[in-house]
Design a binder for this molecule. Structure first.
Ligand code: SF4
Length: 90
């Protein structure tokens, strides 16, 4: 079950400290028609950014709570989040 929505500013406040702040979203989100190898490489680069991010845990928790369907969030790809959600539904 999803958590109830918080006021928008509170919900996104953690992003003020994000390592990816200001970066182009294409580093974290798959363009249409992206091939498997390109996706693996893009996700690996995104994870490198996430690895030094001070809000990694908040980011991953947010993406899992709100079932973010696209992109790398908190080092987790959409496929990895889906696997976690299937193993331990919230
Ligand atoms: S964990 Fe990754 S995607 Fe999330 S805010 Fe940090 S750098 Fe961005």
């Amino acid at each position: 079950m999803r958590k109830p929505y918080k006021p928008l500013l509170q919900q996104w406040a953690w992003q003020q400290s994000a390592a990816c702040r200001g970066m182009d979203a294409t580093h974290f989100h798959s363009p249409r028609g992206e091939h498997r190898k390109a996706r693996r490489e893009r996700e690996a680069r995104a994870r490198q950014v996430c690895a030094s991010c001070p809000v990694l845990a908040s980011c991953a928790e947010f993406a899992l709570d709100y079932r973010e369907p696209h992109g790398v969030w908190g080092e987790l790809s959409e496929r990895e989040r889906g696997e976690l959600a299937r193993r331990s539904p919230r």
